[in-house]
Design a protein around this ligand. Structure first.
Ligand code: F6P
Length: 324
């Protein structure tokens, strides 16, 4: 392998820049050329490439977002799009890829590899942490800290006004952010896509809390929660059933995807970036590099996409016990 292309795709996540930096510098260390591909697979289709060297990635380890930009490419879902992308890679002499992203990114990588036998290694980058084969995806730790900080602030005002707050956090299909930031932020209840608590139990639990002397409460809701009501409908339901409650909603939104990566995410990105290059140079393909029990490990891309990244039942129990 003489030239490795690197791209970021899907929802951005803090730590992606640190991973790009690690890939570029590992390439330089092992005397391989490196090409940055802009806007994920879309830039691959359009040939939006730039040569990268150790100095082109200076001062980015601490930056959120991705200097290579990101996109969710519809064109890459078509055979013509992928053929165009392949031709651009060939013209530029790129003979292997490191793709940084989530399950959509890995699905694209799998298809592309099957069609063109193109060597690819994936680095898990998404704040959702919904990838099998790694305890942490890039950006997850930073997002948790961002959410906890936001909940702490909301708690101050909730407490002053004796209010109940529904705080909506990201996680379309996964409750990792909600569950962990909910525990860390001392939430009363946590609603996640993996479990259906039920509206009646929610109201009952809030009533119990009130009776036990709680004057304010925070309920953390993952955007894809199973109850199937959005956070504003939840507010209406609780207000109807508990007219004595003063309820407010706070949707944290995309601020959860920004900001300087935590030290954990920077170190993780650096480890995974170096490993991705090393693995390609060893002739391996179609793997994701991830972290399990603090060791960098490989998981076949197919498994990373299809395997279930489950929320930990112990965490659910802990959250129930400590919110009594
Ligand atoms: O996958 C990461 C994520 O932030 C999800 O939590 C969220 O549902 C989605 O991306 C939002 O996507 P977009 O930025 O395209 O609206």
């Amino acid at each position: 392998i003489k030239k490795i292309g690197v791209l970021t795709s899907g929802g951005d996540a803090p730590g992606m820049n640190a991973a790009i930096r690690a890939v570029v510098r590992a390439c330089a260390y092992y005397n391989v050329e490196c090409i940055g591909i802009y806007r994920g697979y879309q830039g691959m289709i359009e040939g939006d490439f730039k040569e990268m060297g150790p100095r082109t990635v200076k001062n980015i380890i601490n930056k959120g977002g991705t200097i290579l930009k990101s996109a969710r490419s519809k064109d890459f879902m078509t055979t013509e799009g992928r053929l165009q992308a392949y031709n651009h890679l060939k013209e530029s002499g790129v003979d292997a890829l490191v793709v940084i992203g989530g399950d959509g990114t890995f699905t694209g990588a799998e298809i592309f590899n099957n069609e063109f036998q193109f060597p690819i290694i994936g680095i898990p980058g998404t704040i959702d942490n919904d990838i099998y084969g790694t305890s942490h995806t890039l950006g997850y730790d930073t997002a948790l800290n961002t959410v906890v900080e936001a909940i702490d602030k909301i708690r101050d005002t909730a407490n002053s006004h004796n209010r109940l707050f529904f705080v909506e956090v990201m996680g379309r299909d996964a409750g990792h952010i909600a569950l962990n930031a909910g525990i860390g932020g001392g939430a009363e209840e946590i609603l996640i896509p993996e479990e259906n608590l039920g509206l009646d139990r929610l109201v009952e639990s809030l009533r119990k809390s009130k009776d036990s002397g709680k004057t304010s409460s925070i309920v953390v809701v993952a955007e894809g929660d199973k109850i199937g009501k959005n956070v504003f409908e939840l507010k209406d339901y609780v207000e109807e059933n508990m007219p004595d409650y003063d309820v407010r909603v706070s949707v944290l939104g995309h601020m959860q995807r920004g900001g300087a990566p935590s030290c954990f995410d920077r170190v993780l990105a650096s480890r995974l970036g170096v490993k991705a290059v090393e693995v390609l140079l060893e002739g391996k393909t179609n793997y994701m590099v991830g972290l399990l029990a603090d060791k960098v490990v490989l998981t076949p891309l197919e498994q990373a996409i299809k395997g279930q990244s489950r929320v930990d039942a112990e965490l659910v129990k802990v959250s129930d016990i400590i919110s009594i």
